[in-house]
Structures are given as structure tokens and as C-alpha cells.
Design a protein around this ligand. Sequence first.
Ligand code: SF4
Length: 222
Amino acid sequence: MAEILKRLSAKFEPWRRFPRDPFLLLVSTVLSQNTNWHNTRTAYDRIVARFRTPKQLAMAEERKIRELIRPAGLYRMKSKRLKEISHVILEKYGGDLNSVLRMPYKKAREELLLLPGVGHKTADVVLAFGAGRDVLPVDTHVFRISKRLGFAAPGDDPDQVKIKLEAATPRGRRADAHMFLIELGRRQCRTRNPLHEACPINDLCPIGIRYLRGQPSGSRTR
Ligand code: SF4
């Protein structure tokens, strides 16, 4: 993983897009579900221009939230979720998500997972990028690539992939690994028709090595 990170960090720019405020980070993560970065960003900019705090969102009309986040798609479900999350943060934590992020990692993760619609990946994104915890959130790109690279077994679930991948990643580099593997997944290691030839780590990947040797890579279905 150290060599993979070295290569990918030379190739890709690290993201600078995460809002620092953990609540706004959570908002952007909810908006990003099942859509691309451009749509997420448009919806995010529109909503934070009007509502920036759990209190403001909890009190906002759901119809108004829907209208603002429409570009992100699934706007009915997402507006309902944003309101529910805001209510819980307001009532349970006095509107301050930082009180959760200051808890020990395991406890903080458990608390985040209790928020409506927040799953393991979203909780880990908030902990990694909102609280600087050394964790590796596993999204669909990271999940797929970890298996192709051989860090995880084909039948592993996201939690098993996370454990194996974190163990393989140098300390302090897990958030970087998350970002760079996602970039790799968007550009070369795509779900269908991965671009082995153009991949910057093809000589470190079992599938890439087979491809370079002219053998069937067998990655179309993996
Ligand atoms: S060589 Fe192919 S399968 Fe391996 S990481 Fe690169 S794109 Fe993905």
C-alpha cells in the first residue's frame, strides 16, 4: 500500500473539497449518495447558502430543502433524512456534532451510526475528514479495488475489507488511501472495462500483471 500511495499521490491531486464543519460534512455526504461530485456540489452550495446549522435545517420547511437540493437527485429521501438528522443532533447533542467527534473512536462511530440513514461509510467519512481520525472509509470504489488488488478476499463484506485495508495502510495515510483509491476507481479501475493499460499501479496488481503478460485479466466481472 505504501508504494501504491506513493504512485497515486504523484498522479492525482488530493481533494480539498471537504467542509471543515463536521455537520456540513455530514450534509455533503448525505447529498453525495447515488450522484456525482458536480451534482453534490451544486446542491450543497444551494443549501448551505440558506441553512448551515442543525437548528436551521431542523426548522426549515421540507419543501424548501427539497427545492434546494434537487440537483443531487433522490431529493425527497435526502431532504427527509437531512431534517431527521438535524433534529437528532439538535435534541441529543445540543446542535453540536463536535461533542460526538471528541468521543473515543469506537463510541463516536456507534453514535454516528445511530443517526437516521448514516451507514458505516458515512460515519467513517465524518470521522476521517471531520475529526482527523486515522480511518479508511470503504465506499463502492474502495470495496471493488481492494478486492482486485488482493487486499481483501472476493467474499469479504465492507467491514472485513476495512479491517484488512487499514491493516495494510501506513499509519496516518488512511484518509489519503480512501481519496486516492476513489480517484483510481473513477479514472482507471472502473467497474466495467477497467483501463489496465493506463493504470499507474498495473505492475502492483494481480489483474494488471496478468494483463501486462498478455493473459486474460478476468476483471470484467470482478
Ligand atoms: S491494473 Fe486494472 S484491475 Fe488492477 S488496479 Fe489497475 S485498473 Fe484496476
